[in-house]
Design a protein around this ligand. Structure first.
Ligand SMILES: [Mn+2]
Length: 529
């Protein structure tokens, strides 16, 4: 994999956004409200109200923990919980043998499926992230090595649902695992040979196929929704393409098919050459100018302007699509079938010297008959980026890697709780943008919006509650967001803002009465500063 591909897949947010923007300019997405808005969006608590941990007290403890940690995702558990008894209750919960990540997530997964079934089309994104739990002295019991024997932790691989414009709907499946040990004595050739002689079922890469199966289950459970399973180039695996996308039922019928978009990185043979040659031989469907601006985190903080501008350019890309017949690769243990798939190629024609050309090879089961269909494949692939934001929210927002649990089971239980919290932060963030006119009262309580309004606006309260969009922007302002018409708040400013909102509403309820606010002067000089 080239560095550029890595950047595209993992770091080039601005490029991704731009590609997304530029390539989708001519697409009008099906007007599909992501979530039926006549229904009240769920509160955080609702996500686990149906949880069944086999004990009523554990069930209500989960609700309490989710509320307390959700109000302060950034704080340590002792600081986020309300007093010593609550803190100990939380630690006992995470350590309880009856509590498992699966049971914590079960009702959230069910609620997510419910949201999915209200959409005409959803994108189910799977991706892997490291959970680095390296400690200076004693390691977390049960943690395994990461890429070397220096760092320890676990790998997480969720399947997240998004609607067709990218509103996060929640987690539908998650796999976590640890490595046994890393053998540092083998040569690269020996490792490659070993890989060739290992069946896919025994490799870590089987997770991609398991993710597709989980997506297939969602497609079966939500028959009126088109489910598109999306993953990056790490999942360019023939067995993933050949995995059945529906299940045969005993009566001869089969379940609805799950669709797939995977970024290709291999050169795969076809009857007429290879898939890249085949698609390049077709007529260009569209020319696009793509503004490329790499802002790697390391580069971002540098003041060296030359370094920054060197990475910025406008790339002329061409869009092509073809149906190709893939020849199966050799496997030592089985015969794989030949396959017919569609490929969409977005490729830069004349890159400047020293620049890797932009090249997106998307393998899909979606139709590519019209330009609009081709553009939609690119558009849906661009939604994959959302899962990177989710990982960032889990790590920087919920600080899952810094939780000081002694064992892996406790860490993974807390990860399950924080997965729901991280989803919720992203959900609010997008909901404010996509449904700007919705009243904020569908998501926030009276004391929440009134206290935040008073602090941010320093004006008497309006008769009608502000819109959700206005409220989200005010909350993000509390987290350092600069409110300009062209800016949209991101999860980071929102999660900091949400914590402050929690404090303000607590103060509002404690020190009210709210009538006092009407006596304040219009410039707000007074009580709440
Ligand atoms: Mn990845």
């Amino acid at each position: 994999m080239t560095d550029l591909q890595k950047k595209l897949d993992h770091g080039g947010e601005s490029l991704q956004n731009n590609l997304d923007e530029v390539l989708s300019m001519s697409i009008t997405l099906q007007p599909q409200p992501g979530i039926a808005l006549d229904r009240k969006p769920s509160t955080l608590k609702d996500e686990v109200l149906a949880a069944n941990l086999g004990d009523k007290r554990l069930n209500s403890r989960l609700v309490k923990i989710l509320e307390e940690l959700g109000a302060n995702p950034n704080l340590s558990i002792p600081a986020a919980t309300d007093g010593r008894a609550e803190m100990e209750g939380a630690y006992r919960f995470f350590d309880n043998d009856k509590v498992t990540p699966q049971k914590i997530l079960e009702s959230h997964i069910a609620a997510t499926r419910e949201r999915i079934s209200q959409c005409g089309l959803v994108v189910l994104v799977q991706d892997t992230s490291e959970m680095d739990l390296t400690r200076p002295h004693q390691q977390v019991v049960g943690a395994g090595p990461m890429d070397s024997n220096v760092r320890f932790g676990a790998f997480i691989h969720p399947l997240m649902a998004f609607d067709s414009v990218g509103i996060p709907l929640g987690t539908v499946w998650q796999k976590t695992w640890t490595r046994e040990s890393i053998d540092t004595t083998k040569t690269t050739a020996e490792k490659a040979k070993e890989r060739k002689e290992t069946p896919i079922e025994d490799k870590e890469s089987v997770r991609w196929i398991e993710g597709l199966r989980a997506a297939r289950e969602v497609a079966t459970a939500c028959p009126n929704t088109t489910c598109v399973c999306v993953s990056d180039s790490e999942s360019d695996i023939y067995e993933l393409f050949s995995e059945p996308r529906s299940v045969q039922l005993p009566d001869g019928t089969s379940t609805p098919e799950v669709q797939m978009i995977v970024r290709g990185c291999q050169t795969r043979s076809t009857e007429t050459g290879n898939w890249l040659k085949d698609v390049r031989a077709t007529a260009c469907l569209e020319f696009k100018s793509v503004h490329v601006s790499f802002r790697d985190a390391k580069v971002k903080v540098t003041k060296n302007k030359r370094k920054q501008s060197r990475d910025t350019r406008t790339a002329e890309v061409e869009v092509r699509a073809a149906t190709v017949k893939l020849l199966p690769p050799d496997r030592f243990d089985r015969q794989l079938p030949p396959l017919t798939v569609n490929v969409v190629l977005v490729e830069e024609q004349n890159p400047p010297e020293d620049c890797e050309p932009i090249q997106w090879m998307l393998v899909t089961t979606l139709p590519i008959k019209t330009l609009e269909q081709v553009q939609q494949v690119v558009k849906y692939y661009c939604l994959r980026w959302q899962i990177e934001i989710y990982f960032r929210t889990l790590k920087s927002g919920c600080r899952i890697e810094e939780r000081l649990f002694e064992t892996m089971p406790r860490t993974l239980n807390s990860l399950a709780v924080y997965s729901i919290i991280a989803w919720r932060v992203m959900y609010l963030c997008r909901l404010g943008r996509e449904c700007p006119d919705l009243s904020c009262e569908v998501v926030f309580t009276g004391s929440e919006w009134k206290s935040v309004y008073s602090v941010v606006k320093r004006q008497p309260l309006p008769e009608t509650p502000p819109s959700l969009n206005e409220m989200i922007r005010m909350i993000a302002t509390l987290g350092g967001f600069v409110d300009r018409p062209k800016n949209d708040p991101g999860p980071q400013t929102l999660w900091i803002g949400l914590q402050r909102l929690h404090c303000f509403s607590l103060a509002w309820d404690t020190f009210g009465p709210e009538d006092l606010s009407h006596q304040r002067t219009a410039d707000g000089s007074g009580i709440l500063v």
